[in-house]
Design a protein around this ligand. Structure first.
Ligand SMILES: Cc1ncc(COP(=O)(O)O)c(C=O)c1O
Length: 395
């Protein structure tokens, strides 16, 4: 059969971009297969194995015959475990029927946008942002409205700028603290300001808290806990991928006011049905892991964060804010006349065999994103290569 030209497919795809992170990872892999020693700072996933009790719970579930459909919104036991986790860790009261389990937090964000947006509704994005948000807003016929922040302000969004971006069509804002790609956390006073605006102007806050367990300087804040009025405007999203090194399991959660949870569950009924049955049993085990296991991983990431900061500071012309969470650093980089950060990322991959993601992917041009979800020895090798590369660069 002849290949179908993209323009012959649904116009829905017209503004959706392929994931640049996946393209970089694929090129890095190809170089590796050619025999090159590539240091991967590209991938957004923890390098640890999934904890053994989680694996065992999923295997046991398979042996026990948990191979059939579950309720679309997830196993009652998992929804209960999520509700208990949200109370225990986040001090949020959500009944199990306000929780929907989906195929990763990415799917939860998608579902939220699908049920909230009418064509032309605006969603405020705080740049630099995880690029998936933009594409998912467009897939829901919405309009992304971007509010920029800068390294000078440690990537803290300005409340004034957010206020200016609000229009009668504003339906939601997406917040992500700690943030991919900057590792920044939104200061509490800014979160409170956003919450106040959401209540005042009656729009939703989609709070993507997927990196909640990976914070290094201050505990994470769940905006839904501010007040009852705020709670009624928030969709809280988290999941297993980053906290328990379970990216491939595809388990994410949303908790929201009942009508939203019911709508998402109905949508999921007709789209994916339930997330994989035995993965859900693994997730129940993950949510019951001793705190110590999560803390061990967090401490390793904190050590890496400190190492990356120390080594980046040694590179002339490269300036970086100290990330407070997640596993990303987002330094600004010296560019040559006419060069983009995407060009630079390509050069770094081809010449230094160091994979990074260009900042413009996240609407943070002039930066690169380094994921430090890799061992300290590799971090040293990669940053030493970058140091030697930038030492020869005169801009
Ligand atoms: C901000 C953010 N939210 C959500 C996700 C996706 O999480 P999941 O694997 O649960 O779909 C990612 C993954 O990179 C992310 O960076």
């Amino acid at each position: 059969m002849a290949a179908v030209p993209l323009q012959d497919l649904s116009p829905r795809l017209a503004n959706v971009r392929p994931s640049p992170t996946l393209a970089i990872t694929a090129r890095a892999k190809a170089l590796q297969e050619e025999g090159h020693d590539v240091v991967g700072f590209g991938a957004g996933e923890p390098d640890f194995n999934t904890p053994q009790p989680v694996i065992e719970a999923a295997i046991q579930a398979l042996h026990d015959g948990a191979t059939k459909y579950t309720p679309s919104a997830g196993l009652p036991a998992l929804r209960k475990a999520v509700s208990e986790k949200l109370l225990r860790e986040n001090k949020l009261h959500y009944n199990p029927d306000q929780v929907v389990v989906s195929c990763g937090a990415k799917h939860s964000v998608y579902n939220a946008l699908q049920v909230l947006l009418s064509p032309g509704d605006e969603v405020i994005l705080l740049a630099p942002y995880w690029m998936t948000y933009r594409d998912q807003i467009i897939l829901a016929d919405g309009v992304p409205v971007v509010v920029h922040s800068t390294a000078k302000d440690h990537f803290a969004p300005s409340l004034d700028a957010i206020q200016e971006a609000i229009t009668p069509r504003t339906r939601a804002i997406i917040i992500n603290s700690p943030c991919n790609p900057t590792g920044a956390m939104i200061p509490r006073d800014v979160l409170e300001g956003i919450a106040e605006l959401a209540v005042q102007k009656d729009f939703w806050i989609i709070s993507d808290e997927i990196y909640e367990h990976l914070t290094y300087d201050e505990p994470p804040v769940s905006v839904a806990g501010f007040s009852k009025a705020v709670y009624d405007h928030v969709i809280t999203i988290t999941g297993c991928s980053k906290s328990y090194s379970m990216t491939g399991w595809r388990i994410g959660f949303m908790a929201a006011p009942k009508p939203i949870a019911t709508a998402v569950s109905m949508l999921q009924d007709q789209v994916t049905s339930n997330p994989t049955s035995f993965a859900q049993y693994g997730a129940i085990a993950a949510l019951h892991l001793p705190q110590h296991d999560v803390e061990t991983m967090r401490l390793i990431f904190e050590g890496r964060r400190n190492l990356v900061m120390e080594l980046l500071h040694e590179i002339p012309g490269v300036a970086t804010c100290r990330p407070q969470g997640a596993f990303y650093a987002f330094p600004s980089v010296p560019l040559l006349e006419g060069e983009t950060d995407a060009d630079l990322a390509q050069t770094l991959l081809e010449e230094c065999h160091v994979a990074v993601v260009p900042g413009s992917v996240f609407e943070g041009p002039g930066h690169i994103r380094l994921s430090y979800a890799t061992g300290e020895d590799r971090i040293r090798v990669g940053l030493d290569r970058l140091k030697r590369f930038f030492a020869h660069r005169v801009v």
